[in-house]
Design a protein around this ligand. Structure first.
Ligand code: NDP
Length: 327
């Protein structure tokens, strides 16, 4: 396993990590979830990603039981939660980034995950209705209390992250060290353009999500629609509409030709492409089967055969290279 610094923090995170969205407590059995975590841990993965909203708290419960049963040394892994969406209940104060919800969400996650502290706690989305200083103070206090070690944001834009940094600096508080954005071959603007200033001048780390665009970039939708996949799952029609598009499938078909030529697989090439970006601290993998995780772990080796010439060839197919700002 390769380990990378989480931005300018002192934390080391495995270049590949494991997430639980739509899988733990939902589309896969608890037994498969356990096998996934064991396979990941034994391969050197040290970061498990979670959130209060995933399966409305059930994902954290499943992960917590596995962590307890495996009894791995607590210092050997990182576990996260995210606050914003609550458990899906819609009463006032049961979601958002107020001090009340942040503190209650943290306590809830600690209970469900059965751990004494969270290594990373993310603000899952920006909250336009809470003053940023209240959110920054709440996160700082949780760190002071030893309930979380680092905090970050997810799907915030650059100006919101910058504001959090400024507010923290002005008040001598601990600011966010990490952002969790979507990043894959079809979604590039934030990582490759918008955040460049934050990477250069604020040492922002990133834990990137949906590296395979929910499975489209695995290539498995190229010849018909396979059974038993995420994009065919009931209730996820919105996700199918988002990704199962002719233009994206056409590009995926062309990318597969490159993967074949390199004698690798498309999932490995797609993940290696994410890993090649030095501003990615960790690529969070999702998997519904242990065989997928085993294949995806091979992306670490595939990195070495993705040359600059190959990256250029990929760019030509994708046609979405962000235009870099001039410095
Ligand atoms: P991916 O885009 O990699 O999608 C993972 C899914 O793709 C798997 O569950 C599986 O679905 C399919 N798949 C994976 N590997 C293969 C393979 N080798 N061959 C064929 N199919 C494969 O990642 P996720 O969307 O799951 O995101 C990863 C993590 O990021 C999440 O678990 C979560 O922790 C985090 N996340 C964070 C968000 C945020 O807002 N902060 C939002 C979303 C995710 P199937 O077999 O069912 O088709």
């Amino acid at each position: 396993m390769e380990y990378r610094k989480l931005g300018s923090s002192g934390l080391q995170v495995s270049a590949l990590s494991l997430g639980s969205w739509l899988t733990f407590g939902k589309l896969i059995s608890d037994a498969v979830a356990e096998e996934l975590m064991i396979t990941a841990y034994e391969a050197g993965i040290n970061f498990f990603d979670n959130a209060e909203i995933y399966a409305r708290g059930k994902s954290e419960i499943v992960m917590g039981k596995i962590l307890k049963k495996q009894n791995w040394d607590r210092s050997s892994y990182l576990v996260s939660s995210k606050v914003f969406f609550g458990l899906g209940d819609a009463k006032p104060n049961q979601r958002g980034l107020s001090r009340k919800h942040i503190v209650e969400a943290c306590h809830g996650a600690l209970q469900r995950l059965q751990v004494e502290y969270l290594d990373l706690f993310f603000c899952h989305r920006p909250d336009k209705n809470t003053p940023i200083i209240e959110t920054v103070w709440s996160m700082h206090n949780l760190i002071q209390q030893g309930k979380i070690l680092y905090w970050g944001t997810s799907e915030w834009d650059a100006s919101e992250i910058m504001e959090a940094h400024l507010v923290a600096a002005q008040n001598h508080l601990i600011g966010p060290v990490v952002e969790q954005p979507q990043y894959n071959m079809f979604t590039r603007e934030k990582l490759e353009k918008e955040f460049l200033h934050l990477f250069r001048h604020h040492g922002l780390g990133t834990t990137i999500w949906s590296p395979l665009a929910s499975g489209i970039l695995s290539g498995k939708y190229l010849n018909g629609f396979p059974d038993d996949t995420r994009l065919g799952a009931e209730g996820l029609e919105w996700l199918k509409d988002k990704w199962h598009r002719d233009d994206l499938l056409d590009k995926t078909r062309k990318l597969k030709i490159i993967a074949d030529r390199l004698q690798t697989t498309l999932p490995k090439l797609s993940l290696a492409w994410c890993l090649k970006n030095p501003n990615v601290s960790t690529v969070i993998l999702g998997a519904s089967k242990v065989s997928q995780l085993q294949e995806n772990l091979g992306a670490l080796d595939t990195q070495t055969i993705v040359s600059d010439a190959i990256l250029q060839e990929i760019n030509l197919i994708l046609g979405n290279t962000p235009i870099q700002p001039e410095y």
